[in-house]
Design a protein. Structure first.
Length: 123
């Protein structure tokens, strides 16, 4: 029997949960799925995701063993990577160049206010 059926939430360490929440909701357009106090965790259990997404991101307070500013490895999808790339550049987001290689979907990476790297590719 397989006891694991899906990947639901990936934790991303952040220095300031309010600042991260603003970026992920207002800049990336995610929705808040859960926001509850969790003092024993050093903040809140704060989960965001694109509308309708089965996977989500928990914006967790950084700690000594889990610092902010990492390459998350998280790959997100966009119907138009070129337009998304321009949007984030215009919004002042720390965004890398758009990569367009033959036979490969256009893609780029960006960083949240804590320097956590995220990736976007065209579907």
């Amino acid at each position: 029997m397989n006891h694991i059926t899906e990947i639901r939430t990936v934790g991303v360490p952040v220095r300031d949960q309010d600042r991260a929440l603003e970026f992920y909701t207002e800049t990336l357009g995610f929705e808040v799925q859960l926001d509850v106090p969790l003092p024993q965790f050093g903040g809140r259990w704060l989960v965001v995701a694109p509308a309708g997404s089965a996977a989500s991101i928990a914006l967790i307070p950084e700690s000594d063993g889990n610092p902010a500013g990492v390459d998350t490895g998280i790959r997100m999808a966009s119907p138009d990577a070129k337009a998304a790339h321009q949007h984030f550049l215009d919004a002042g987001v720390d965004t890398d160049e758009l990569l367009e290689w033959p036979g490969v979907p256009p893609m780029f990476s960006l960083r949240d206010p804590d320097g956590n790297r995220l990736y976007i590719s065209q579907v």
